[in-house]
Design a protein around this ligand. Sequence first.
Ligand SMILES: [Zn+2]
Ligand SMILES: [Zn+2]
Length: 366
Amino acid sequence: MRAAVMHETGKPLVIEELDVESPHAGEVVVRLAASGVCRSDLHVIEGESPVATPPMVLGHEGAGLVEEVGEGVRGVSVGDAVVVALYGPCGSCDDCRSGDITNCWSETRTHNMYGRMADGTTRLSLDGAVITPMVGSGSLAELSVVRESQLVKIDRDIPLDLACLAGCGVTTGIGAALNIAQVKPGATVAVIGCGGVGLNVVQGARIAGAARIIACDTQAVKLDLASDLGATECLHVSQGTELAPAIRELAPGGVDYAFEVIGSTEVLAQAFEATRPGGTTVMVGAPPPSATITIASRTLFSDRRLLGCLGGQNIPARDIPRIMRLYQQGALNLEKLVSQKLPLERVNEAFAALQDGELARSVVEP
Ligand SMILES: [Zn+2]
Ligand SMILES: [Zn+2]
């Protein structure tokens, strides 16, 4: 099967013909119909991601149809439509059994994070050499072999080129607003960075009933999208703009919630400064792992909260069906998130577009 492989960081992906092993017990082969291209994929290419384990198949935002199931798989059958979730919890550790599956760091989950099955192996190879799928998904490919726990079945009538976005961008953005910040009705919210994830923070804040949603970005085209998806005000910023004073000019006293969705520690500090006493800031973007956040100590003497966010604290089996229901009811717009669709062989164009920063999401159709 064909897949977009990163042989080394900093280099374009190469479309390779990989060998795929049959699924072992508890594993499922998915024929991917669509995969979103996320900033985390770009972080891997740029060598700034801890999950980079080249040679690897990139992609972690896929949807498709079940092609084959291994022994003991009960939850999905051949022909079912599925979304490949961002992670596959082990299901048996104390965290999983208490429902706190995002904090499952069992050996199984750790292997999953680095693209390996529970036994530390992978099902993909190239001329006999092991290939790892990114976070166990590797969705920029024709096929993905995943553990059943990483799949969520969806209605067959939901277009797969939209459903794939629930793998990462939509669940992360919606989850940041609903699960992590728990935005309250009537609140004032600032969303800094309106790409594929930030636009979903905007949608999540709107669904939560926020009264004011201030979208901030350097690109007018993204602010237009943010307006369409629920932002009530737009702040067009340039590189040197001091964000906190600019936001406070619109919301004197500060905002109730600020979301940093870029991955810059400087912007995160500005987001924190923009909140009112008692306000909440969520770091949704992923700064380089070694980066340090500097915030003025005086701003903490006011019950402000700074929260982390890993995948929007989403529980795939709960949150992906919720996202699909919101889409079916018309409360969540997925169509506007897709800026362009490309065949697998043009995958590097999707990364170039992501670097230019003018698109919400590129979707690759393997
Ligand atoms: Zn992602
Ligand atoms: Zn677990």
